[in-house]
Design a protein around this ligand. Sequence first.
Ligand SMILES: [Zn+2]
Length: 123
Amino acid sequence: MASIRNLNDRMQTYIEEYRRLTARLSETGFIWPGHIQRRYLTCGKPNCVCHTDPEARHGPYAYWTSKKNKKTVSRLLRPEEADLLEEWIKNRRKLEAVVRHMKGLSQKAANVALKLQEQEKPG
Ligand SMILES: [Zn+2]
């Protein structure tokens, strides 16, 4: 059985790691849902070379896609909009990774906290 000292040390490590993660949360910039895909497309002109040569297709066009009320929504973005939202989507992914890490750490901390409670019980 792990000693109280040992458990307290582990708890301290988790607390410090958790603080580092919450500090990263506070530095998070704006976030945006969904993802951006860049696509090359054929046009409406019947004689355009894009219909016969895949290399000559037009684009890339940036499309943003997300789920809204369980429905997939998609929208063509202007280039400057795509650059901005790509950054914000990157921020969201980092944030989600930090939150996943926090959840995992909380799980470990709960195990240790419960063991400590058990050992500190009188008798
Ligand atoms: Zn074309």
